[in-house]
Design a binder for this molecule. Structure first.
Ligand code: SAH
Length: 345
């Protein structure tokens, strides 16, 4: 079976011509898949009956099965999906006043092993295909309804996007192509733990979308402890990659920094962070740690996060405190999947 959501438009063209259709049929099919978001070839009424039959024999549309949705008091909706091999992944829909954001997963589990992250505790199973990434968007959009259009996509769910580069790149292509999901490239953000070769590749092949880097520490000693991959790609090398990255004040790199009480949240850390990002067009996002049962860390108190933020602003670095959304439904990375496991165990 060909999984049509894995295909870019040129690939879809190739596929339909291999079935003996005219190439222009690819755009028609793309319209049904990405604008009308149908789930069967039978609904593609501008194709002949025979064409629809042939397509349903050769190809498949939906790749994810919705297992569970939870809605938070603040409107955040968390989705648990099952893949064909039985693996489970999560996506989170975050409504804002003027736009809606979807957080997508890129892998089943994650190989990065960050010590504060719940997804890491469960190890790594496999990469998601491009279609499985794209299908998260389509299924959530179907569920929330077309009057709540998802305008922004963040690759901040389970997994490390730059360790699944090819499929992420393809998913971004499908999401931003005007005949497909047609999202603005500036509204797509890829977040990485700091895979240096991946950042360099992104600079060449995917630099229209936004880059976010999960820094979380200002010394290699602390970062080695929090983010084991730091031994391979230490802070100095990551900052060097960011200096080579094509960014400017209109297209800033986002630095993510999870605030962990007594670990990385001192004013000295703030001052070191100022030095690290000097000369790089960045925006810093201070993320309150989202605790979970058994976590080794505690969240930094709000006043301390604000004091940290002030040091950054005093040095003209844009710094924002990300509000924690969907806390009552455990919307942090990996939490729903683990909860379901615990309940069904
Ligand atoms: N692997 C990518 C994207 C997934 S994680 C990356 O590391 O950037 C998305 C963000 O959520 C990262 O910045 C991650 O460090 C953060 N995160 C993970 N667990 C968290 C928790 N319990 N509380 C707050 N932020 C968390």
């Amino acid at each position: 079976m060909v999984k049509v959501k894995d295909l870019t438009l040129p690939e879809l063209k190739e596929f339909v011509t291999s079935l003996g259709f005219e190439p222009y049929r690819a755009k028609q099919i793309a319209q049904w898949l990405y604008k009308k978001r149908v789930s069967s070839f039978d609904q593609m009424t501008n194709l002949s009956k025979e064409a629809r039959k042939l397509l349903s024999e050769k190809a498949q549309i939906d790749l994810l099965k919705l297992v569970k949705v939870e809605e938070s008091k603040d409107g955040t909706r968390k989705y648990l999906f099952e893949l064909e091999d039985g693996s489970r992944i999560e996506s989170v829909f975050i409504p804002e006043k003027d736009w809606n954001t979807l957080c997508v997963s890129t892998q089943v589990g994650c190989p990065a092993g960050c010590r504060f992250c719940l997804t890491a505790k469960d190890g790594f199973t496999r990469n998601l295909t491009a279609g499985e990434i794209v299908d998260q968007y389509i299924q959530v959009q179907r569920d929330v309804g077309e009057n709540r259009r998802i305008s922004n996509v963040v690759f901040m769910g389970m997994g490390e996007p730059l360790l699944n580069f090819d499929n992420v790149k393809k998913a971004v292509e499908i999401m931003t192509h005007r005949d497909m999901l047609d999202l603005s490239t500036r509204k797509v953000t890829v977040s990485t733990v700091g895979i240096v070769p991946g950042i360099d590749r992104m600079a060449k092949e995917m630099n229209k979308v936004k880059l976010a880097v999960s820094l979380h520490a200002t010394t290699d000693e602390v970062r080695n402890m929090l983010v084991p991959l730091n031994r391979k790609y230490p802070i100095g090398e990551i900052m060097a990659a960011l200096r080579r990255y094509p960014a400017d004040n209109n297209r800033r790199i986002m630095i993510e920094y999870v605030m962990l009480k007594g670990v990385n949240d001192s004013l000295e850390d703030a001052r070191r962070l100022v030095k690290l990002v000097k000369g790089i067009p960045v925006k810093v996002n201070l993320i309150p740690f989202n605790p979970y049962p058994g976590a080794e860390f505690e969240p930094t108190p709000r006043e301390q996060i604000e004091a940290f933020q002030k040091v950054l602003w005093d040095h003209n670095i844009a710094a924002f405190i990300r509000d924690s959304r969907g806390q009552d439904i455990s919307a942090a990375c990996g939490m729903l999947r683990i909860k379901e496991k615990a309940c069904s165990a």
